[in-house]
Write a protein of this length. Structure first.
Length: 401
């Protein structure tokens, strides 16, 4: 049975610090506003929704327990709608959509919602702890290094210079600024409001279209100290002895921003469209998640994409447009090189380097961005993918109806 995307929404992304525009909004209210907007836009009878799945990478504190179910209730959905949260690190939001689609494809309901939430200003990255980074025995056995060192390892292994990374980052900022100036995101943005109904934020807060190679050149590498003084470089070299020395080229300007945000995607079968009068916008053609080598960690988008393409009986050349989460600039450069993807077919409206990466929500956000741009350009096929901590990757292929 086919699963179709009927609609999607996202919040703007707010700076993930105490002075960010969304800091006063709790995680559950950020998620519930997004779910309510998705319902209201579609005139959705929520009793038709089989399940709501939301990605959340730090499910602790106010994001703890089952934030998806509480957000559903706070959004005013019918109490019959169940919900749960999942954590596949950075691809959680896309995985949530894939799970929702799988339920529809299996005939276990007419419709489901996938999305995600992360308030990084209120529940900081790393709050969840976990054995991988904190238990020495686990870290030793798995050759654990921080993600930033992994990104620098990719750049070193494949010969990407600091200028290569910075040039990509400048392009991301310029593309995002141009997309906002031309209103390309306007259709899907849900302004976030406070308890009095006053709009707090209606556009991505971290876009800096005036960034230059010179201004980025003044920034110091972010991961040199943890690589050299904390021993992470040595661990990387044990796993990759062909590398003589890790070159530390990543910094805040060519890495994804820490932000707050939420997103939701409405998925349903053909009968759902007939019952509600809604028109499907795209068919989910295939999706895949894979495991990859955990020290370099961030190369998963390539094999995930290859598996999704195989399931769809397609090749990379059959994809009209790509969205790859810009966790770090080297991640995108490696993906483009590995699959021969030209820069004018990927992240054409910028990405997380410019707009930020709200961990649990990003995957659903970039899928929506991909669909909107495919419609704007009149394109037929698109692929969204993300690298994932601990060495994984997730990819989803969609085709317009």
């Amino acid at each position: 049975m086919d699963a179709f995307i009927y609609d999607h929404v996202r919040t703007p992304r707010g700076k993930g610090k105490s002075d960010g525009a969304l800091h006063e909004v709790t995680s559950v209210h950020l998620a519930s506003q997004t779910l309510a907007a998705l319902r209201d836009r579609s005139g959705l009878d929520t009793r038709l929704v089989e399940d709501v799945v939301m990605g959340c990478v730090m499910p602790v504190g106010e994001q703890g327990s089952n934030i998806a179910r509480i957000a559903v209730l706070m959004a005013g959905y019918d109490e019959s709608v169940p919900a749960f949260q999942i954590n596949r690190y950075c691809s959680s939001g896309l995985e949530a959509v894939n799970v929702a689609a799988a339920k529809v494809m299996a005939g276990q309901g007419m419709a489901a919602i996938g999305g995600g939430i992360e308030s990084m200003s209120r529940v900081p990255m790393g709050s969840g702890g976990g054995a991988w980074a904190t238990d020495p025995a686990v870290a030793f056995q798995t050759y654990f290094v921080p993600q930033g060192v992994s990104a620098d390892l990719i750049a070193t292994l494949h010969g990407y210079s600091r200028q290569d990374l910075d040039a990509y980052a400048v392009a991301s900022q310029q593309r995002a600024a141009a997309a906002w100036a031309e209103g390309r995101f306007a259709r899907s943005i849900v302004p976030v409001k406070d308890i009095l109904g006053t709009t707090l934020l209606d556009r991505d807060e971290t876009v800096r279209g005036t960034v230059t190679l010179e201004s980025l050149g003044a920034l110091k590498p972010s991961f040199a100290e943890m690589g050299e003084k904390w021993g992470s470089d040595g661990v990387s070299l044990l796993r990759y002895p062909q590398v003589e020395r890790i070159q530390h080229h990543h910094h805040p300007g060519n890495s994804s921003g820490i932000v707050d945000g939420a997103a939701a995607v409405l998925v349903g079968n053909a009968a759902f469209g007939r019952k509600t009068g809604l028109k499907p916008r795209a068919r989910i053609r295939s999706f895949a998640s894979i495991g990859s080598e955990p020290t370099i960690m961030l190369t998963g988008p390539t094999p995930a994409t290859e598996r999704a393409l195989k399931l769809a009986r397609m090749s990379a050349a059959d994809i009209d447009l790509f969205e790859l989460n810009e966790a770090f600039a080297s991640v995108v450069l490696r993906f483009m090189e590995a699959l021969s993807v030209p820069h004018d077919k990927i992240n054409v409206n910028g990405g997380a380097i410019a707009m930020g990466h709200p961990l649990g929500a990003t995957g659903a956000m970039i899928l929506g961005t991909l669909l909107d741009e495919m419609e704007r350009r009149g394109l037929g096929t698109g692929l969204a993918t993300l690298c994932v901590g601990a060495g994984m990757g997730t990819a989803t292929i969609i085709e317009r109806i």
